[in-house]
Design a binder for this molecule. Structure first.
Ligand code: NAD
Length: 340
């Protein structure tokens, strides 16, 4: 049985990745400093899978603590998800983002080299493409980062390229996510934003559950079929399964770095998402159209052929599933995770 270290495993994406790894037969070790999560998500992963997880409260800013993890466990591969992810916050406090998104990666590379762990999956983002020159967006699309958060992802990718060139045994898969939404179908784990949600789906479900009065749609004058932005929403469980495929791919690779988009390849407008949510949940969502948000791009969706051909991964869930599962999570957990 292979042992996978998942950094940031208590977070939104991490908790779903842990479920899929355990169900695919991997032994999972989680580290997290719980800066944006709670150990309760990991207890719930154990409830879903019926397996105990090995988890530790480790801050990856601390090299010694991270090194201890590598000394304690015989790790076969790492999925690195830990990091800060709020674009707006990164504009206000860029140094915090550079420090806290790049230092953990540098520490991780150091430990992996020292302990001869050569397989790594890194979570990047479609935000590295900036406004697309054409859609669907291929992995070869030029990079144009527009905010400090996006730049930390691009810099991380560059660090990994350089590290791999200098340290030949490394086998690295970089996953560029489009817009993960939804929740596990059990309703036990899901997205648990602190304060005002920055993304549409948690905002929408908070309006549906009565926590917020109205959904704001930022602009309906984009050059799209209904004037609202088009995004590639992908179910979190599909995205999580993509990580299992990513880890398996690192086993097949000789050495090098491979980059894959994880999306559905389909674009959905914000209004289409809203109306699908209303239809499948039978809830009416009040909404206001407000001004465009600076930095938002009109249309973004992935070319997913490379992931399909090389990873053998394809998203299977529809927008309806994403809405139903997000709603189930919100309905069963109106205050999110309870324990802090
Ligand atoms: N959610 C998205 O839409 C999205 C899109 C593209 C990329 N990503 C990337 O995917 C990764 C996971 O995102 P998420 O949505 O699950 O976010 P999240 O905040 O829910 O999870 C990140 C986890 O990392 C932990 N963490 C942060 N700094 C740490 C440190 N120094 N040491 C140990 N743990 C630390 C947090 O406590 C949290 O549990 C992030 O790197 C994010 O940038 C997310």
């Amino acid at each position: 049985m292979e042992t996978i270290l998942v950094t940031g495993g208590a977070g939104f994406i991490g908790s779903h990745v842990c479920v899929e790894l355990v169900q695919a037969g991997f032994r999972v070790v989680v580290i997290d400093n719980f800066v944006n999560s709670t150990p309760e998500s990991l207890e719930r992963v154990e409830t879903i899978t019926g397996e105990r997880l090995h988890w530790m409260d480790v801050d990856m800013m601390n090299l010694e603590s991270l090194d201890e993890v590598f000394q304690t466990f015989s790790i076969d591969a790492v999925i690195h998800l830990a990091g800060l992810k709020a674009v707006g916050e990164s504009v206000v406090d860029p140094l915090r983002y550079y420090l806290h998104n790049l230092t953990p990666l540098l520490h991780l590379c150091e430990c992996m080299q020292k302990h001869h762990v050569h397989r790594l999956v890194f979570s990047s983002s479609a935000t590295v493409y900036g406004p697309p020159q054409q859609v669907p967006i291929l992995e070869t699309h030029p990079i144009k980062t527009e905010n400090p958060y996006g730049r930390t992802k691009h810099m991380s990718e560059q660090i990994l390229e350089d590290f791999q060139r200098a340290y030949y045994p490394m086998k690295i898969v970089i996953l560029r996510y489009f817009n993960p939404i939804g929740a596990h179908s059990s309703g036990l784990i899901g997205e648990n934003p602190v304060g005002v949600p920055m993304n549409i789906m948690p905002y929408l479900t908070e309006v549906a559950v009565g926590k917020r009065p109205v959904l704001h749609i930022f602009g309906d004058d984009y050059p799209t079929r209904d004037g609202t932005c088009i995004r590639d929403f992908v179910h979190i469980t599909d995205l999580a399964k993509g990580h299992v495929k990513g880890v398996e791919a690192t086993d097949r690779m000789k050495s090098g770095v491979s980059v894959y988009n994880l999306g559905t390849g389909k674009g959905t407008t914000v209004k289409e998402l809203l109306h699908t949510f209303e239809r499948v949940t039978q809830k009416t969502i009040p909404y206001w159209i407000t001004v465009r948000r600076p930095g938002d791009i009109a249309v973004s969706y992935a070319d997913v052929q490379k992931a399909e051909e090389e990873l053998g991964w394809k998203a299977t869930k529809e927008i309806e599933d994403m809405c139903l599962d997000a709603w189930k999570w919100q309905r069963l957990n109106p205050a999110g995770y309870i324990k802090k």
